[in-house]
Design a protein around this ligand. Structure first.
Ligand code: BTN
Length: 326
C-alpha cells in the first residue's frame, strides 16, 4: 500500500487552493485525522503557513521557498534510492563537482546535492551554466548502477524524461526534448543536463546526473550572449513555481524512472523520450566538432546515439554534437 507523506498532503492543499476539511484529507490520504494533524504540525515547523479554521478545515497560505534537507526529506517520505541523503548548499562552484567529490569519498547511491547558487556552473561542451541565487534548481544526483560504461548515456535520456514529466506535472506546460538532453518550451531552452562518470574499463563506478532548470528566472537575469533562446518555467507558464514542490516532484520522477530502468532496461525510457521529441522526420543539422551532418532525424539507438537519415539513403549515427532542427 502507498505510504502517504507530508508532501502528498501539501499537494492536496495546494491543488485545492481553498479550505479542505480534516475529514476529506484523512479520507483522500487513507490516514487518521490525528495523522493529518501531525503532518500539519510538522509542515508548520518547516515554515509552511497553514491556517486551521475550526470545524472547516485547513488552508495552505504560504510555502517556504528555501531548499533545506529537513523539508525535502519529510516531503519525500521514505525513498528507495534517490534522495536517501540530501545535501543543500547555499553556494558552491558546481553541484556536479561537489557530488563527484562526495561520490569519490563513498557517498551512497541516491545522494542528491542541491545549491541555491553556483559560482562555476558547468554546461555541456565546456560552456558555463548561468546559476543566479534563489530562483532556479541546480541539482546533482549520484547513481551507482551495475552497468558497463557504454550504457551510461542511457541515464541522460532517463533524466531528460524525468525532468520533462516534472515540468508537465507541476506547471501543466508541455515541454519537448531536443537530442540529446535539452528540455525546451516553445523552442526555448528551459533545462539542461550534464552527466559525468567515473568508470573502470567494464564497470561504471558512479554517474553524476547534473540537472539545471530555469524555474523563476526573470528575463533580465539571462546573459545577453546566449547561443540559443532560453526561458524559465515562470516566463513560459506565467506563474512562479515553488522550488520545493518542483524538487520533490523531480526526485520522485527520477526515482520512478530509475527503478523502472533497473527492472526493464532502456526500451521503456526510449519510448517515453520519443513522446517528448517532436523532431521525428524533420531536417536536422548537427555540428560534430568541425564536421556537419545534415538529414532527417530518425530517432535514437539503444545506446542513445542519434540516427540521421542522409539524403542518399545512408543512415548516420551521431554520438555527440550540437543539433539544430531546421
Ligand atoms: C547544458 O549545457 O545544457 C547542461 C547544463 C547542466 C547544468 C547543471 S546545473 C546542476 C549541475 N551542476 C553543474 O555545474 N552543471 C549541472
Amino acid at each position: 500500500m502507498a505510504r502517504y507523506t507530508a508532501g502528498d498532503l501539501v499537494k492536496l492543499l495546494r491543488e485545492s487552493g481553498t479550505l479542505v476539511s480534516g475529514e476529506q484529507l484523512s479520507r483522500q490520504l487513507g490516514i487518521s485525522r490525528t495523522a493529518v494533524w501531525k503532518h500539519i504540525s510538522a509542515l508548520r515547523s518547516l515554515g509552511y503557513q497553514i491556517d486551521a479554521v475550526p470545524s472547516q478545515g485547513y488552508c495552505l497560505r504560504v510555502e517556504p521557498e528555501q531548499l533545506c534537507e529537513d523539508s525535502l526529506c519529510s516531503l519525500l517520505g521514505e525513498v528507495r534510492s534517490i534522495g536517501r541523503k540530501i545535501v543543500c548548499l547555499a553556494e558552491t562552484g558546481s553541484t556536479n563537482a561537489e557530488a563527484f567529490r562526495l561520490a569519490e569519498s563513498g557517498a551512497v547511491e541516491g545522494t542528491v546535492v542541491l545549491a541555491d547558487r553556483q559560482t562555476a556552473g558547468k554546461g555541456r561542451m565546456g560552456r558555463r551554466w548561468e546559476s543566479p541565487a534563489g530562483v532556479n534548481l541546480y541539482c546533482s544526483v549520484i547513481l551507482r548502477p551495475s552497468l558497463p560504461p557504454y550504457e551510461a548515456p542511457q541515464l541522460t535520456f532517463l533524466s531528460a524524461v524525468a525532468v520533462a514529466r516534472t515540468i508537465q506535472r507541476v506547471s501543466g506546460v508541455e515541454p519537448t526534448i531536443k537530442w540529446p538532453n535539452d528540455i525546451l518550451i516553445h523552442g526555448c531552452k528551459v533545462a539542461g543536463l550534464l552527466n559525468e562518470m567515473n568508470a573502470e574499463t567494464d564497470q561504471i563506478g558512479f554517474v553524476i546526473l547534473g540537472i539545471g532548470i530555469n524555474l523563476n528566472m526573470r528575463q533580465e537575469q539571462f546573459p545577453e550572449d546566449l547561443r540559443s533562446p532560453a526561458t524559465s518555467l515562470m516566463l513560459a507558464s506565467g506563474s512562479p513555481v515553488s522550488r520545493l514542490a518542483f524538487t520533490v516532484q523531480l526526485l520522485k520522477e527520477l526515482e520512478g524512472e530509475y527503478q523502472r530502468f533497473l527492472l526493464y532496461g532502456f526500451e521503456p525510457v526510449r519510448r517515453e523520450w520519443e513522446q517528448f521529441c517532436n523532431a521525428y522526420g524533420r531536417q536536422v543539422r548537427v555540428e560534430v566538432g568541425a564536421n556537419v551532418v545534415e538529414g532527417a532525424f530518425g530517432g535514437i539507438d539503444s545506446d542513445g546515439a542519434m540516427l540521421v537519415q542522409l539524403e542518399g539513403g545512408r543512415r548516420e549515427r551521431v554520438l555527440s554534437g550540437d543539433v539544430k532542427v531546421l
